[in-house]
Design a binder for this molecule. Sequence first.
Ligand code: SF4
Ligand code: SF4
Length: 225
Amino acid sequence: MSGYFKDIQEGIGTAFKGMSIVMKHLLKPKVTRQYPNPEARFQLPERARNRLYVNMDDCIGCDQCARACPVNCITIDTAKAIAGENIGTTSNGKKKSLWVTRFDIDIAKCCYCGLCVYPCPTECIIMTDVYEFSEYDRVNLIYNYATMDASEAAEHTEKAKKEDERLAAERAKQAEEKAKAAAANPQPAAPPAPAPQAPPAAGGIKPPPFAAKPGGIKPPPFKAG
Ligand code: SF4
Ligand code: SF4
């Protein structure tokens, strides 16, 4: 019975204790921040790593960023420019030779390591200060940076494929003509190779045979009996 009254007393005591904390903080200034609040954005350090951005005008499709990525979240497809096609140059004067038909970054996989930024020869992939980009659907976190649409990309890919085939056919034809010319004008047989010299006998190198120099030492005169 005493335990029953003790529990009631404890229940009332904890209720009062909780309410006293509420009353204590009721009139104090608020310490929480409303989020999102565009007027009170966090000031990030200058080199903070957040969402990536790719300036496609300067991208040459070299794939170095994709190869550096430890989680394989960058996918790049390119098509070679055909002979005489001018794709333009980058802002640091590098001539472009590849169409970038696809440049996707799956930012949901990105770990913001920044390893893709350093090897870029044209400095066109950079970290921005954008850190609020949550989405309800994961698919929306795959960013497509390529500036051409699917039909244009397919057109460039097809043109590059045909150019590759043409060049391969040209090389095969040249090789065939060379082989025919070689068959029509056979080269004279090469002279036999000289026989290999025997190695010196064991026991060291022998001195060369003696040859008397003209005007050198003469043998003694012959004396009979
Ligand atoms: S920051 Fe790191 S993980 Fe993200 S794309 Fe670049 S290399 Fe990949
Ligand atoms: S390293 Fe730079 S230039 Fe090369 S594909 Fe990546 S973003 Fe483009």
